[in-house]
Design a binder for this molecule. Sequence first.
Ligand code: ITT
Ligand code: CA
Length: 512
Amino acid sequence: MEEPKVTGTKPKMSWTRKILLILGFLSTLAAIALITVAVTQNQPLPKNTKYGIVLDAGSSHTNLYVYEWPAEKENDTGVVQQVEVCKVEGPGISGYSRDTENAGHSLVQCLRQAQGVIPSKQHQETPVYLGATAGMRLLSLENKNAADKVLSSVEKTLRSAPFNFQGARIISGQEEGAYGWITINYLLGNFKQSGWTKLLHSLKSVSETSGALDLGGASTQITFVSDESPSESPDNLLYFRLYGKDYRVYTHSFLCYGKDQALQQKLARDLQSTESSSILDPCFHQGYQRTINISDLFKNPCTSVGKKEFPFSQLYVMGEGNYEKCRRSIQNLFNKTSCPYSSCSFNGIYLPPLQGDFGAFSAFYFVMNFLNLTNDNPFALDKVASAVQSFCARPWHEVKQAYHQIKEKYLSEYCFSGAYILSLLENGYEFNKENWQRIHFLGKIGSSDAGWTLGYMLNLTNMIPAEEPAAPPLSHGSYVGLMVLCSLVLVSVLVLAWLLFHKPKCLQKGIV
Ligand SMILES: O=P(O)(O)OP(=O)(O)OP(=O)(O)OC[C@H]1O[C@@H](n2cnc3c(O)ncnc32)[C@H](O)[C@@H]1O
Ligand SMILES: [Ca+2]
């Protein structure tokens, strides 16, 4: 048989292979083009930032907050964030009841600070709101005329600032509770779920929002979603439709149960029961002394009810540092004797069964944070109680030495405040060993303070839509990722097909 002739020329590439090669090359080019277009075309547009200012005129002091958000995303959840906070020097605006003209002037310094943060060309379009809380609620009960004058004074100052003045008013306790609840759930991203989280949440029936516990100087609020129906006290219920979901929210604000007013109430009761000008107080450290003007003690509606005439004008308070006794004397502030509903917190106020997790902020956080009791893994209730107990047992000179950098007013009251917080939560709201760990003490969420101000601004600027805004099913990142993945799969398939058809020597049988 004749052997086939071996020629010196290379075998010619078949047409199929040539076409495959060209197709492979073109597909690779197409994939590269696709990725480039996906990355560049969908890149976020240059940032167009908007600003808003809210002044929280609390009973103890005023804070000014500056918020910013990208203009094109204003209906998304979690996009507004705090960029500045300024603490106004001096007392809260209700402290200017005898000097109403100067209430507005006290805000000037912080307004200047806000001017420095917000670009000048945006000053005029930046809304500014002032909301006054329990201090002004009390002043307006006590002296309506003085409260109106204080509000006029702050309004005058805010109008003279270069921002867009939108109002200065006293907000109700219900609003304060509701806006606090909106703030924390907005910041925690609990309102709007997308993709997998949405599916997950629809599968499990757990409460998706967190309750809110706010402890101020003059009032305290408790707010949470309650499924208890029908409600026994419709006055405590609020209905919201946010991002396409309905929420049925229980809220109550206890005026006079903020930590400063609670202390005033306790001292007034102690004085009435002893009728002596000096009292031993278990809620202050041993060795601590304080002199209180009796007229100041009874000057507001929280204490004035039981006012009596005393043959002395000053009260001397001497610390005893006894946690158990302190808890017992605080307990008297919560009247648990009658409840016209199936369940109450105290003073005959309806409280449905506690539900879900709670975020506790303001003084709940300040005090727990000082006592090192805020942690990602919440401390057990008995650990918290024993920490407060041992802090209260420390003599005043030792506490003062150990924390010389802390304002004496705050330092001297951490023992009372710790005991008060435990009484309010345990005896007032009936948190117990089991659900205590569902309370999370929060100062900030991201860069924003937990409080009612953000929720107030979101509501007044219509930034929380009732219905879920239409949005592409995938985020920019997921979209680009998916494009890259598909392109890589496409290229790999083509390379594999080419290798199979082309059969390079190394893949031929027997060689490998
Ligand atoms: O809500 P209202 O009742 O109007 O009061 P507020 O808004 O002024 O109340 P805050 O939450 O600012 O403060 C609550 C209390 O905590 C006190 N406080 C503020 N900062 C504190 C800190 O760093 N350490 C300890 N206590 C603090 C303050 O004096 C009040 O008695
Ligand atoms: Ca407050």
